[in-house]
Design a protein around this ligand. Structure first.
Ligand SMILES: Cc1cc2nc3c(=O)[nH]c(=O)nc-3n(C[C@H](O)[C@H](O)[C@H](O)COP(=O)(O)OP(=O)(O)OC[C@H]3O[C@@H](n4cnc5c(N)ncnc54)[C@H](O)[C@@H]3O)c2cc1C
Length: 492
């Protein structure tokens, strides 16, 4: 195999966009390394309403957090996608375009290196490539919610557009066209002094060194990118020494500043005529196959939006958020609520030097007590929307937290037992102009040569909404930067 110019680690949302843009902008020889994976059953891949079954498949890395003191010591399952497309293979397919507030904070983090207009243009170009679709079906729950939330102060109710092509999950494989794809698991970076020369991978049970001419771009996501750096000697010196790893680049913030959206479901019994089912009657399947509509076309999280002047995001599902896809015999709906900008931060660390050992995830939800208090306010807001017509007539009663849990203290207790991850970890190798950041404004890992990182780990904080569009926007913009850095680009 001839040595590539660049190696991209991880063919996820960022990695696929990075590969596609580098091929479009340059004549570089690009290799993409993605671990081997098994395909989920076709029925779960094809039907949007069955996407949650993908979490039970081998396309999930199946991470688990450590105990969360703020969540009654619960450990949460943290799915991450494995295979071409990464987490976009198993996610809920919501396409939430980055907001002006996101552009503002990213421009600020880059110290003006990338202006608000640069980010906005990258977002528009990304969207033009992906062409998110509007759904062809909304449940009664969603219709009632949208009618109730209309005209609410500080609210932007939305029907969520989807990462779909003709109603099916968008496959990112074509974005890798022209690249060499190697199915292997990256252990660590190969160094020549401070220069990244390639990666050491595990392939078919053997260790193989893959060497590149110009460098390595880490796109392994919020968990793998910091752990690959740590195994490569980039991180907090005392943590690295604990694992017997030689310190190559001291960067204490590698794996720190982890943030995620924690979501609290507010669940109601409803008068819906139809219960949302994982295995619907055959006529519903036929309707979806012929017309692309009906329950089967639903991604479950159909609508919601930003509320409370952007402090909260809501997610409306025609299901019991906590038990679906387990069948329910009563009609239910959920208005799930999360803080868009929580204050609590956690960290990712090594479970050992062996790359097959799971990472240690301290998600630290509610470590900052203000988050619990603010989210309790979001629960009250969801209830207030539920009390507006026509939702008030559609709802029979509240199942969770339950009307008897009315004050902040009781709601907080319920949240500690039932709040869940919304699957959005970011920020563990942030891009920032500050000298202590892991990645500089040009996406270079500081104090190294030929090493970049571009994925959810690099986001300077949580975007207001679901992050895929933000991650892909960042990869679009960073690819231009890296093409320029490598001086071989065409047309820029
Ligand atoms: C269940 C679920 C539902 C979600 N729903 C939504 C949603 O509806 N809308 C939305 O916007 N966001 C959603 N998200 C979040 C979104 O999918 C992620 O934020 C986004 O895909 C992150 O992109 P990324 O490129 O950083 O990482 P990923 O897309 O996860 O890509 C990382 C890639 O690196 C690979 N990798 C890992 N370790 C190694 C290694 N050692 N060597 C080589 N490669 C490696 C992985 O296999 C993966 O392919 C959801 C996520 C999940 C898990």
């Amino acid at each position: 195999m001839t040595s590539p110019d660049l190696i991209i680690v991880g063919a996820g949302s960022a990695g696929c966009m990075m590969a596609c843009r580098l091929r479009a902008l340059t004549d570089l020889n690009v290799m993409v390394v993605e671990p081997p994976s098994a395909e989920a059953p076709p029925i779960d891949r094809q039907r949007p309403s069955r996407w949650m079954k993908l979490i039970e498949s081998d396309e999930n890395w199946n991470h688990t957090t450590g105990p969360n003191i703020g969540l009654a010591n619960r450990k949460l399952a943290w799915p991450r996608g494995r295979g071409i497309g990464g987490s976009s293979r198993i996610n809920a397919m919501i396409w939430f375009s980055p907001t002006e507030s996101d552009f503002d904070s990213w421009a600020e983090a880059s110290g003006g290196r990338h202006s608000i207009a640069d980010w906005r243009n990258a977002a528009l170009a990304t969207e033009a490539m992906i062409q998110p679709e509007s759904p062809r079906y909304l449940s009664e729950s969603s219709e009632s919610f949208l009618a109730a939330a209309k005209d609410l102060d500080g609210a932007t109710p939305m029907v969520y557009r989807r990462f779909n092509r003709q109603g099916r999950r968008l496959d990112l494989t074509p974005m890798l066209s022209g690249c060499t794809v190697v199915r292997a698991t990256v252990d660590r970076i190969l160094w020549d002094s401070d220069r990244a020369m390639g990666v050491s991978v595990m392939k078919d049970g053997a260790t193989v060194d893959l060497v590149s001419r110009l460098g390595v771009i880490l796109c392994g996501g919020a968990i793998a990118t910091p752990t690959i750096l740590q195994r490569s000697g980039v991180g907090n010196p005392s943590d690295l020494l604990t694992h017997g790893i030689d310190v190559r680049i001291p960067r204490p913030l590698v794996g720190q500043q982890l943030q995620d959206h924690l979501v609290m479901p507010v669940i109601f019994k409803t008068r819906a005529k139809k219960i949302f089912r994982l295995n619907p009657p055959l006529r519903d399947v036929a309707r979806w196959q012929m017309l692309g509509t009906g329950q089967v076309a639903s991604n479950v999280a159909e609508c919601g939006g930003l509320f409370g002047d952007g402090r909260f995001q809501l997610h409306v599902t025609p299901t019991n958020y906590l038990t679906f896809p387990t069948p329910s015999e009563v009609a239910v709906m959920t208005i799930a609520v999360n803080l868009t900008q929580p204050l609590s931060q956690g960290q990712i660390g090594l479970g050992g030097v062996d790359p097959t050992k799971p990472a240690l995830i301290q998600s630290n939800y509610f470590a900052d007590a203000r988050d619990a208090e603010s989210l309790a306010g979001g629960v009250q807001m969801a209830r207030a929307i539920a009390a507006r017509d026509p939702l008030a007539n559609f709802i029979i009663d509240e199942v969770l937290p339950g009307t008897r849990r009315s004050d902040v203290q009781a709601i907080t207790k319920s949240m500690s037992r039932y709040a869940q991850t919304l699957y959005h970890p970011v920020g563990t190798c942030r891009m920032c102009r500050r000298n202590d950041s892991v990645v500089d404004a040009e996406f270079r890992v500081r104090d190294s040569t030929g090493l970049w990182a571009v994925d959810a780990s690099v986001l300077p904080g949580l975007p207001l909404g679901n992050p895929t569009a933000s991650v892909m926007t960042m990869a679009y913009l960073a690819a231009d930067q890296i093409a320029r850095d490598t001086h071989i680009s065409h047309g820029i």
